[in-house]
Design a protein around this ligand. Structure first.
Ligand code: ATP
Ligand code: MG
Length: 233
C-alpha cells in the first residue's frame, strides 16, 4: 500500500490570458516510512508539487492518492479534514498565524482535532525545537529561523503520517539546521513518518532514500540513494 501516489500530475496556471504549465506529467509512489527529496532550480515547480501532494491545491490533470484516498474528487472541506488527519506541512514562508502566539500556533492542529492537553503538548514541542521560552511571542517578534522552528513544531503536533517540508533549513544557521534535520529524521524513525523534503541542500537530500530532480516542471532524474540515514547508523 502506498502512503502517497502521484499519477500523471500536471498543473497549468492561467494568468493574463496566458497558460503556464508548471508541472508536467509527474509520477511517483511512496510507502510508509520512506524518505524522499525533491530538488531542482528555483521556479521548477517544487512548492507547487508539494502543495498538490498535500491537498492544498488541485491539479489540472492527473491524480494524487494520499493513504489511497483520491484527493481530486474531494471538496475543499474534505481535503482539509484529510490534511488534519494525515499531513504535517512546513511552509517555505512559514505561514504562521500572525494574531496567535508561537504556542497558540502550535496548538492549532491539536485543537482542530479536539485533543486534550493541547497546551502541554505544544509546549513540549516548542522545547524540542529550542523555543521553550518563546511561546508567548508573536511571529513578528521572532526571527526567520525561529518562525521556521515554530512551523516545524506545528507540523509535528499531530504526529502526521506524512510530513512535507519545503526548504526546512532554508533560513537556519548550520547548528540549528542540524538540530532540525535530526528532528525530522528522528520522527521518521520513531513514528514511521514518511518525509517529503524540498531542498537546495544536496547533503540533506543525500540523507534520504530517494531523490527526484525536477526541471521546468518535469522529473529529469529519479535516484535511489544507497547511503541513506537509516543505513548509515
Ligand atoms: N498562482 C500562480 N499563478 C501563476 N504562476 C504561478 C503561480 N504559482 C506559482 N507559479 C509559477 O509556477 C512556477 C513554479 O513555482 P514554484 O513555487 O512551484 O517553484 P519552486 O521550484 O518551489 O521555486 P523556489 O525554489 O524558488 O521556491 C514558477 O514559475 C511560478 O512563477
Ligand atoms: Mg518553492
Amino acid at each position: 500500500m502506498s502512503i502517497l501516489r502521484v499519477e500523471n500530475l500536471t498543473k497549468t496556471y492561467t494568468s493574463g490570458g496566458r497558460e503556464l504549465t508548471v508541472l508536467h506529467d509527474v509520477n511517483f509512489s511512496l510507502e510508509p516510512g520512506d524518505t524522499f527529496a525533491i530538488v531542482g532550480p528555483s521556479g521548477s515547480g517544487k512548492t507547487t508539487l508539494l502543495g498538490l501532494c498535500a491537498g492544498l491545491d488541485r491539479a489540472s490533470s492527473g491524480s494524487v492518492f494520499l493513504n489511497e484516498i483520491r484527493l481530486d474528487t474531494l471538496s475543499e472541506d474534505q481535503r482539509a479534514a484529510i490534511r488534519n488527519q494525515y499531513v504535517g506541512f512546513i511552509f517555505q514562508n512559514f505561514q504562521l498565524l500572525p494574531t496567535l502566539t508561537a504556542l497558540e500556533n502550535v496548538m492549532v492542529p491539536l485543537e482542530l482535532r479536539g485533543e486534550r492537553g493541547a497546551q502541554k503538548t505544544a509546549q513540549a514541542l516548542l522545547e524540542r525545537v529550542g523555543l521553550g521560552q518563546r511561546g508567548h511571542h508573536y511571529p513578528t517578534q521572532l526571527s526567520g529561523g525561529e518562525q521556521q522552528r515554530v512551523s516545524l513544531a506545528r507540523a509535528f503536533a499531530n504526529r502526521p503520517k506524512l510530513l512535507f517540508a519545503d526548504e526546512p533549513t532554508g533560513n537556519l544557521d548550520t547548528d540549528t539546521s542540524a538540530t532540525v534535520v535530526d528532528l525530522l529524521f528522528e520522527l521518521n524513525r520513531e513514528a514511521g513518518t514518511t518525509l517529503v523534503l524540498v531542498t537546495h541542500d544536496l547533503e540533506l537530500a543525500a540523507r534520504t532514500q530517494r531523490m527526484i530532480r525536477i526541471r521546468g516542471g518535469a522529473v529529469v532524474e529519479d535516484t535511489q540513494l544507497i547511503l541513506n540515514d537509516r543505513m548509515t547508523e
